[in-house]
Design a protein. Structure first.
Ligand SMILES: [Zn+2]
Length: 413
């Protein structure tokens, strides 16, 4: 990202100063304070393409569509073209399924115009995100395919993302499902793997630059390969590419597939670099069972504010009707977590010897036993090195898989 380069930043300041001076001598009057874009990121994925413009002050935009050919026009007010904006066309991948090209120009004295040329009919979703963590003000431009029936039939992710954007995921949650058919006897055991973070949200970053989102995807793919070879089991992933998926969409996807198990995979950082070892979490409806659990749950839940619209309200835990189901589900989560933790303890050091509990948003499906695995601390130098190795990744995948099989066997008894 060129925005972090101090030289670029200095140049932008100079550009801004020169522009203001030109305006005042040409007698245009008092110019509105100028904003500048300090970072641009483009994340193409099969589900949607996201473009993020980042600025130190909130961006003021106006958007409309043009047809023949299909384009989306975005005017940004109080803005001058700078090197960051000029870099946008170079950031568009030829393999992007939705975005063909972007043109950037100074439309009038104080307006920069972005013209997004599209490869197919798009439903855009633009929104503003306030500063959080190391991110400043952001304008997020999400491009969803308009005609996506075929894509949705194979994978409900796109439909769920749309429902989420329309706020429908908050309101219309299906009642908890109690599976009548026993997994393994007359239907397969359905497992949803959830590699944490993705896209705009890198998760934790190690001292040597290792990104949590990449490592956990690799581990999830190894685990998926093991499950795919096993008869009587079916596996899905909440994401299988570098894309941002909101936490509630991950849970909704598991419920849509009527998953029997939900396994979220992470490798977070801790404030103390000496902290190490694996841990496993189940949902707590009361409070965290350790301070590390509280710390990790908070940072994990905050990730939603980095990548997407932060939605308030808790559709599940407030309803008494869900409580009984939820309590039983947490019991199963603890049982499953214990099976996995025991196996992981044979191949790596454990941070805690028992399954921890905290209010992770991603574990809140009331009817699906769910665990969150912290495979290791990426903030620990030794563990960062280990996380990158095929050996460690495979050991974790093997341990989780063995845990699944044992848990599954106890269900059938
Ligand atoms: Zn994480």
């Amino acid at each position: 990202m060129s925005g972090s380069n101090p030289d670029h930043f200095r140049r932008r300041l100079l550009q801004g100063a020169a522009a203001t001076w030109l305006l005042s001598v040409s007698g245009v009057g008092v110019a509105a304070p100028l904003t500048s874009v300090i970072g641009v990121r483009v994340w193409p994925s099969s589900a949607y393409t996201r473009m993020t413009l980042e600025s130190k002050t909130p961006l003021n935009y106006y958007q409309f569509a043009l047809a023949n050919p299909d384009r989306i026009v975005i005017d940004i007010k109080d803005m001058h073209l700078n090197s960051v904006l000029k870099s946008i066309p170079r950031q568009i991948h030829s393999s992007d399924p939705y975005l063909k090209q972007v043109r950037v120009a100074q439309f009038d004295t104080n307006t920069v115009r972005l013209v997004l040329e599209l490869k197919q009919k798009i439903t855009p979703n633009l929104f503003i995100l306030p500063p959080v963590a190391e991110f400043k003000n952001r304008l997020v431009i999400d491009l969803y395919p308009s005609n996506s029936n075929a894509a949705e039939a194979g994978d409900p992710l796109l439909a769920l993302l749309k429902e989420y954007n329309q706020g429908a995921l908050e309101k219309d949650q299906p009642a908890p499902v109690v599976q009548t058919k026993k997994a393994g006897s007359n239907r397969p055991l359905v497992i949803m793997l959830d590699p944490g973070h993705g896209g705009e949200d890198p998760g934790a970053i190690g001292k040597n630059g290792t990104k949590e989102k990449d490592i956990v995807l690799q581990i999830a793919r190894r685990l998926r390969t093991l499950i795919q070879k096993q008869s009587g089991m079916k596996v899905y992933m909440t994401r299988n590419e570098d894309v941002f998926i909101p936490l509630k969409v991950r849970v909704a996807k598991a419920r849509k597939q009527q998953a029997d198990l939900f396994i979220s995979i992470h490798a977070d950082a801790f404030s103390d670099r000496s902290a190490r070892g694996s841990s496993i979490f189940a949902l707590s409806t009361k409070g965290a069972t350790s301070s590390a659990a509280q710390y990790l749950a908070n940072s994990q839940n905050e990730a939603d504010q980095i990548g997407g619209v932060s939605k308030s309200g808790d559709v599940y835990l407030d309803h008494t009707i869900f409580d009984l189901v939820q309590t039983a589900t947490i019991g199963s989560s603890l049982k499953f977590g214990k099976e996995v933790l025991g196996r992981m303890g044979r191949v790596t050091k454990l941070h805690r010897n028992k399954v921890d509990q905290a209010g992770f948003a991603v574990l809140k499906a009331p009817d699906i036993p769910s665990i969150l695995i912290e495979t290791a601390f990426i903030s620990n130098l030794e563990e960062e090195r280990k996380l990158k190795t095929a050996k460690f990744q495979q050991q974790i995948a093997d341990s989780v898989f063995a845990g699944i099989k044992t848990y599954f066997a106890t269900l059938k008894r």
